[in-house]
Write a protein of this length. Structure first.
Length: 206
């Protein structure tokens, strides 16, 4: 992705009708990181916020995932993500921008595309052996994308192409991946490879 300076990005948006695709790895990332920019740009050009990782997966969950659910007070992952999707929709509608929930599985819950040989029984007792990122701190937030996530990277790229079809106009705004979360790095990498002009926003790290 060819990157314009922010001033160039702003000049392109002002007075134009160029569609802008804002990539949000999770349901709150774009709003928390650049909500003011979304509201400003949305009054000047067609803006769509595409949230990529908007689903959990069925249990059994890793210890990191269970701890996350406990921290949120959610009874189960499906209810939590349904509530987060509804909240995201309300905020984006207030900003008067378009939205898409792509439906990929959040890295905290993402399983290996193919189970490791001989681990089927063990995975029931130790779910970590069946997950792409077994722990949050040691794996998911280390700033590296797992080699098992090639299919996920391809799916993000396909989502970008589907939301900005053809080879014509359109700007892509993607996260920098400041906090080192693998999902953010995946989205940034897919944006860099998509061949469209655009820029990056600094992720809000909570």
């Amino acid at each position: 992705m060819a990157v314009d300076p922010l001033t160039g990005f702003v000049r392109t948006v002002v007075g134009s009708d160029v569609p802008i695709l804002v990539l949000s790895p999770h349901l709150d990332d774009a709003v928390l990181s650049c909500g003011g920019l979304l509201g400003w740009a949305g009054r000047r050009a067609p803006v769509t916020v595409a949230s990529l990782f908007t689903e959990a997966a069925a249990p059994p969950h890793t210890l990191s995932a269970r701890q996350y659910l406990k921290q949120t007070g959610a009874e189960n992952a499906d209810d939590l993500y349904a509530a987060r999707r509804a909240e995201d929709l309300r905020v984006l509608e207030l900003l008067d921008v378009g939205w898409r929930h792509v439906g990929l599985v959040d890295g905290l819950f993402r399983r290996l595309p193919r189970p490791r040989p001989g681990t089927a029984l063990l995975a029931g007792l130790l779910p970590e052996v069946a997950h792409v990122y077994p722990t949050y701190r040691l794996h998911l937030s280390r700033g590296r994308v797992s080699p098992y996530d090639e299919e996920t990277l391809r799916a993000v790229g396909e989502a970008i192409d589907a939301l900005l079809p053809g080879t014509g106009g359109g700007l892509v705004l993607a996260p920098l991946g400041v906090g080192g979360h693998a999902d953010h790095i995946l989205v940034r990498t897919a944006a860099e490879r998509c061949g469209r002009p655009g820029g990056f926003y600094s992720d809000c790290v909570l």
